[in-house]
Design a protein around this ligand. Structure first.
Ligand SMILES: Cc1cc2nc3c(=O)[nH]c(=O)nc-3n(C[C@H](O)[C@H](O)[C@H](O)COP(=O)(O)OP(=O)(O)OC[C@H]3O[C@@H](n4cnc5c(N)ncnc54)[C@H](O)[C@@H]3O)c2cc1C
Length: 448
């Protein structure tokens, strides 16, 4: 399920189904879940172990926030549906509105992708600003309470139903919060599988594909009128990638990515040397020509794509859902996590609208897995194409991978193919859309 196939948010479809919903984790997935739950419950409370900041700053609970975050079209359009004017909020706070068909300088498989014929919006901002703009909209609602400095300790069960959560507030006091529905949005380190095991439920089978990618990022000044996004991903067999991502405050986040142990250094000379080893000189040039805002280089290791298959469980407590990275997290090079969280929020909205709380978990997980599928396919097929990765592609997946490689090579000179590929990368269309006859002909026939 991609933006093209997901039923979009429809405020008229929402129906009241309960009094109180609690969302655990107030990052992107949790805030988006809270937004759609507010249509269906009288009150929604979002608890997070971090205090919620008033400004767009990185929080301890989201350590990846210092790394660049791209908001793909599937996320952008869904956020705009949920919060009309969201993009304007981001721009008003200093973010940039770009056109990815021309402002993105994307090098892959030996060449730069051609420009597209028609403009496609891309908002560029730091991860804290994207989250802040969502949080401001959610916080402005009377029916949603954001309770920061409030750590989740465990679920409270009443028979086969989750009836609330136990929390520890900032002053150390423990409390129980009643809820008709609890949503786990605590990210990759979610404790729900452990809780299920401890309470006699089956645990979700896990799919993992190792990637062992390490990010390292610094901040440099950016001339106001230079709005380029420079990107050279670590496409197999290369183990190195990098880019420069424009953000608010006339800055670029400059990032190096190293796969399977080829970690980018975090000292200045080593970092620039790593940039010099990229197949294109643009990123290293930015590092040499622009003033560094800081000498600090923030490193972040990401071991594996991981997917918890909640949709396969036939015994799962009522009144509990899991969303966002707590369900699936992907090789971040493809920038999919926030957009998958946005599509999942729409899945939750539709599941509530179609059947209320009746059998909600099974109906939600079925829909959510369809939102995860294309992102998982894109991220893991590229990772599995590496000899260092455990596991391998099935025959038809290998054939598809070779086809996409050829399409990308052709897209160096063909704006139609470049745009089609971009629409898959931005989760607007599914990877199989690249097989459409018109695109297949441009990919496979001798070039004109
Ligand atoms: C290096 C890197 C780069 C990335 N780049 C992109 C990108 O370009 N584009 C993109 O869309 N995505 C990107 N992602 C993914 C993106 O960061 C996540 O998908 C996104 O943040 C959604 O995650 P989430 O809300 O599910 O969880 P998280 O963002 O991990 O948030 C979990 C929340 O739960 C809270 N929490 C945890 N435990 C408790 C507890 N016990 N009690 C209370 N609160 C708790 C935390 O404080 C936090 O607020 C990247 C990820 C990484 C690692």
């Amino acid at each position: 399920m991609t933006l093209a196939s997901v039923p979009r948010y429809d405020p008229d479809a929402a129906a009241r189904v309960g009094d109180h919903a609690v969302v655990v984790g107030g990052s992107v997935a949790g805030l988006l879940a809270a937004r759609v739950l507010a249509d269906a419950f009288d009150r929604v409370t979002v608890v997070d172990r971090d205090a919620f900041p008033d400004d767009p700053v990185a929080r301890d609970g989201v350590p990846q926030a210092r790394q660049p975050h791209v908001l793909l079209e599937a996320g952008r359009a869904t956020l705009e549906d949920l919060f009309p004017g969201y993009g304007e909020d981001v721009v008003a706070a200093g973010g940039l509105m770009l056109d990815w068909t021309t402002d993105l300088v994307h090098y892959e498989r030996g060449g730069f992708l051609a420009s597209g014929a028609s403009p496609e919006t891309l908002y560029a901002a730091s991860r804290p600003l994207f989250e802040h703009a969502i949080r401001a909209r959610v916080a402005a609602r009377d029916d949603v309470t954001l309770e920061g400095d409030c750590a989740f300790l465990g679920y409270r069960a009443d028979g086969d139903r989750i009836a609330g959560v136990d929390v520890r507030r900032g002053d150390g006091a423990r409390a129980s919060v009643d809820a008709d529905l609890v949503v786990d949005a605590t990210g990759r380190a979610s404790k729900t599988p452990r809780w299920l095991a401890d309470n006699g439920y089956p645990t979700p089978p896990e799919d993992t594909v190792d990637v062992d990618v390490t990010y390292a990022t610094t901040v440099v000044e950016r001339p106001t009128d230079d709005r380029r996004v420079l990107f050279s991903p670590p496409t197999p067999p290369r183990t190195r990638g990098g880019g420069a991502f424009p953000v608010e405050g006339d800055r670029w986040l400059v990032t190096m990515q190293g796969v399977h142990g080829d970690d980018p250094p975090t000292d200045r000379d080593g970092f620039v040397e790593f940039a010099d080893s990229l197949p294109v000189p643009q990123v290293a040039r930015v590092l040499r020509e622009q003033a560094w805002v800081t000498d600090d280089i923030a490193s972040y290791p990401f071991p594996s794509n991981r997917r918890r298959r909640y949709e396969t469980l036939d015994d799962f407590p009522e009144g509990l859902l899991v969303v966002g990275d707590a369900v699936a997290s992907f090789n971040p090079v493809y920038g999919q996590g926030m957009s998958v969280a946005a599509l999942e929020a729409v899945c939750l909205h539709r599941a509530l609208a179609d059947g209320g709380r009746e059998n909600l978990a099974a109906r939600f997980f079925d829909r959510a897995t369809a939102a995860v599928d294309p992102a998982w396919l894109l991220a893991t097929s590229s990772d599995l194409a590496r000899p260092q990765t455990d596991g391998s592609l099935a025959l038809h997946e290998r054939a598809f991978d070779r086809y996409v490689a050829r399409l990308v090579e052709r897209a160096h000179d063909d704006g139609v193919l470049a745009t089609a590929y971009g629409r898959v990368l931005t989760m607007e269309r599914s990877p199989t859309s690249l097989l459409r006859p018109r695109l297949a002909a441009r990919t496979l026939l001798p070039s004109r």
